[in-house]
Design a protein around this ligand. Structure first.
Ligand code: LLP
Length: 385
């Protein structure tokens, strides 16, 4: 064992692979359950963060719902045991087959992002002789103060319906026979660590709700999306996000109407810290000015550093030698295939096991076969393999 890693079991195991600390996942799920239950909030796990079937089954067993963004995710949620009446389905571009699959399964609701989409859902629901429940995704124009590529709640983003257009859309929905409006939906971005962004969201949602009520619209559900960030710098010390503070913000600030349900769709905060990408060092290359630790994992297994300049803590699990500084890189034929520059690591030798931490969210699920590489396997702390 080194830390929570059973490295003695990994001799001869093919790398790279994902390793999930299931005890940590359970602790995280318990923390969410405790906070949401005390306020009667509904949590729908955002499947996009990690769709590994074992992880999904574990999360479903805690009674959470699921937030899906594709037909594939709706199917994966159903297969893992998430109840259909706790599944929500978002996304700006839902294809007809995806809408049909969700209608057939009788999911809780569609989070609708445009009028053309609303009309198609109405038509397809009519063809199945059903009424589709919908929430409208509102673009509240709130700055999430996060990476530009994961900000979604600004007017310039493709997501949601702008504040000025929402009343018109609600009127349009009233004229459609196979649509039932059940709420409003918001999501402002991801990896948000500044609570003031969520506070702004609550205030905007309150204003909007009062405004729309004055025009005769009421909502049984308000969905505030996901977005709570994790501490990528301290995965060993701060491995459970501050859910108490996060949910308390919404409990204090949202002007919740009698009988109204509040929904959340956390993804990263649920699974981020329980997963690590485990890789072996292939070569240590001494350059003129740099030393490179060349791993057998690349951006094909973890794309976040290349795509978002994301930081992941890197640890040498095999060495207790004095620290040296390395650029940690992968084998992919692209210069963006770098996990970290000037990373302090216990002296690295060929064959050492390297952990890329906090990779449970948007890690395995975003892996690709580029360069005709194999998709990584996953191992779990509580299974024998
Ligand atoms: N709900 C909606 C409508 C979303 O679009 C997302 C994430 C979530 C919930 C979950 O957000 P979370 O709690 O995980 O922040 N691949 C990027 C993150 C993209 C997030 C997209 N939407 C990354 O690796 O940082």
């Amino acid at each position: 064992m080194k830390g929570n890693f059973p490295i003695d079991k990994w001799n001869g195991v093919q790398t790279p692979f994902y390793f999930y600390d299931m005890a940590l996942l359970k602790k995280t799920l318990e923390a969410i359950k405790k906070e949401t239950e005390q306020y009667g909030f509904c949590q729908h796990y955002a499947i996009k963060a990690n769709a590994n079937p074992r992880i999904l089954q574990e999360i479903a067993s805690y009674g959470f719902g699921a937030d899906c963004v594709s037909g594939g995710e709706v199917q994966a949620a159903l297969d893992a045991g998430f109840p259909a009446d706790k599944i929500v389905f978002a996304g700006v571009g839902k294809a007809d087959w995806e809408i049909n699959l969700a209608l057939k399964a009788d999911i809780f609701c569609f989070n609708v992002e445009s009028i053309p989409e609303l009309h198609i859902i109405n038509e397809l629901a009519a063809a199945q002789n059903k009424t589709a429940r919908v929430e409208f995704r509102v673009n509240p124009n709130v700055d999430a103060h996060t990476h530009a590529k994961i900000t979604t709640g600004l007017s310039e983003n493709k997501f949601g319906i702008n504040l000025s257009q929402i009343a018109g859309v609600l009127k349009e929905a009233q004229s459609l026979a196979n649509i039932e409006v059940v709420g409003l939906h918001f999501h402002i971005g991801s990896q948000i660590t500044d609570m003031s962004a969520f506070k702004d969201l609550c205030i905007k949602a309150n204003e909007l709700q009062s405004d729309l009520e004055a025009q005769g619209f009421t909502f049984a559900n308000m969905n505030f999306g996901g977005g709570l960030g994790i501490d990528y710098h301290h995965p060993n010390h701060i491995n459970i996000p501050d859910f108490a503070n996060y949910f308390a913000v919404f409990n204090q600030l949202v002007e919740r109407r009698e009988g109204q349900a509040l929904h959340f769709e956390l993804g990263r905060a649920v699974v981020g810290q329980c997963g690590s990408l485990i890789s072996r060092v292939l070569y240590v290359k001494e350059g003129e000015v740099k030393k490179f630790a060349i791993l057998d994992a690349g951006f094909t297994e973890l794309i976040r550093p290349a795509m978002y300049d994301a930081y992941h803590r890197i640890e040498n699990l095999s060495s207790n030698l004095a620290e040296q500084t390395y650029d940690v890189v992968g084998p992919i034929c692209e210069s963006s295939d770098v996990f970290g520059k000037d990373v302090p690591l216990n002296e690295v030798r060929r064959g050492d096991l390297i952990a890329l931490r906090s990779a449970g969210a948007y890690g395995e699920v975003m892996s690709s076969m580029y360069n005709l590489r194999q998709l990584p396997k996953a191992y779990f702390s509580d299974s024998i393999e």
